[in-house]
Design a binder for this molecule. Structure first.
Ligand code: SAH
Length: 391
């Protein structure tokens, strides 16, 4: 067996089932593993730590998958992980036919992300370890999840690039979807093109769309960072008077318009550009709203940029608070894994203080349960938010 031995004391987190072994913890390598190969990890004292995917090009040198000595990571092992993941998702099917059916380390297979849109699956293989078992995973997925018509690969993004893997996309199993498919989330229709690189659909916000929209009834709503109109559609369905769509992507805005049209709605206004600037322009114009959604992309991309990211979040929230009518609502989110809930709430409190307004938290918000968090890997808790009322 290919084997990695750690420096003394560097096994502690991993023994508690944290799945990452960083390059700096590795003292010795035996058996010349290739990228993605399974390796056993041992402590300096000769204690078995776990079995995982080896990657010489990533800072995360090994991603652990199995902690039982001698347990094989074979076809049966993969089948069990997929079956467990599917069992967890079944109750979610009551609310939607769009969900994440596999969430990487949280579900036990590092680098594997699978989303389900109606009868189609979209799979991402983001590590060389996951890439090696692509065919096996596709076959097992088709067997585990009932009613699947096709599995489309969409392996792109930074993770793959960091592992030295080229982008890959195409049909893995079954038939390819022809263009857009319609999904139903909490009773609301959206259209998704599973094969498109540009637009998809964020299933992690499903619960939050449902939880905040009742407060938007009767209000003029600004959906900032709308993407394909996830919150805007939920707001209108819940009785919002009007919505303004704001995003920097013209493609996303075009898709958002189409999604609104499915419910027979039109946006009051569409704003294409940088939210940091547009929120200021709206203030200058004397605009006010009864409710605002702020769902920016991940601003904190590394620990070195955390301070700067927090200033960005605070600025956005302050500008939004300034635009709200007394008694108005702000649904504000961060999808940066590096910003924990405590820090996020503190940022909101600083923005509230600078706005001179009285602000109260009505609801605390999290990623939907199809994005579970292993207790040993708090980094997986990336999406957090609050619904606040502003006086
Ligand atoms: N709320 C959406 C998801 C938002 S994803 C939903 O429920 O589906 C983040 C969005 O922010 C993307 O659509 C991206 O195009 C947009 N974006 C990124 N940077 C931006 C900026 N500086 N100003 C405005 N939009 C931006």
């Amino acid at each position: 067996m290919k084997r990695v031995t750690l420096f003394p004391g560097r096994e502690k987190l991993a023994l508690n089932r944290h799945p990452w072994i960083f390059s700096g913890a590795v003292a010795r390598l035996e058996g010349s593993p290739a990228p993605g190969d399974l390796v056993e990890v041992w402590s300096a004292e000769g204690l078995f730590v776990g079995t995982g995917q080896y990657n010489p090009t990533s800072k995360i040198r090994v991603r652990l998958m199995e902690w039982t000595p001698g347990a094989a990571v074979d076809e049966l092992w993969y089948r069990r992980r997929l079956e467990e993941a599917w069992a967890l998702r079944k109750p979610v099917l009551v609310e939607t036919d769009a969900l994440r059916v596999f969430f990487s380390e949280s579900d036990g297979i590092p680098g594997l992300i699978v989303d389900k849109f109606g009868p189609w699956l979209v799979a991402q293989f983001l590590t060389s370890g996951a890439d090696q078992v692509k065919e096996l995973i596709a076959t097992l997925l088709a067997r585990t999840i009932p009613g699947i018509r096709g599995i489309w690969e969409k392996s792109d993004g930074d993770g793959r690039r960091m592992e030295g893997l080229p982008e890959a996309s195409g049909l893995l199993w079954g038939e390819a979807p022809e263009g857009e498919i319609e999904i139903l989330e909490n009773g609301n229709r959206y259209r998704v093109d599973p094969t498109s690189q540009k637009t998809g659909f964020y299933t992690d916000q499903r619960d939050n769309r449902r939880l905040v929209s009742p407060w938007f009834a009767g209000q003029r709503v600004l959906d900032a960072f709308t993407f394909t109109g996830g919150f805007a559609v939920a707001a209108l369905a819940a009785g919002a008077q009007a919505v303004t769509l704001l995003d920097s992507s013209a493609e996303a805005l075009a898709q958002a318009r189409k999604n609104l049209a499915l419910g027979g709605w039109e946006p009051e206004e569409v704003l294409e550009g940088d939210a940091f600037q547009l929120l200021r322009d709206l203030k200058k114009r004397g605009e006010t709203y009864g409710a605002i959604v702020l769902d920016p992309p991940k601003l904190a991309t590394s620990r070195d940029h955390l301070e700067k990211a927090l200033r960005g979040y605070k600025d956005l929230n302050l500008q939004a608070l300034k635009l709200l009518e007394p008694g108005g609502y702000l649904a504000s989110f961060s999808c940066s894994g590096l910003v924990d809930f405590h820090t996020f709430r503190e940022m909101i409190a600083f923005a509230a203080k600078d706005s001179g307004r009285r602000v109260e938290i009505v609801r605390q918000l999290h990623q939907a349960p199809c994005h579970p968090i292993r207790t040993s890997m708090p980094e997986a808790e990336y999406l957090k938010g609050v619904l606040v009322r502003v006086y």
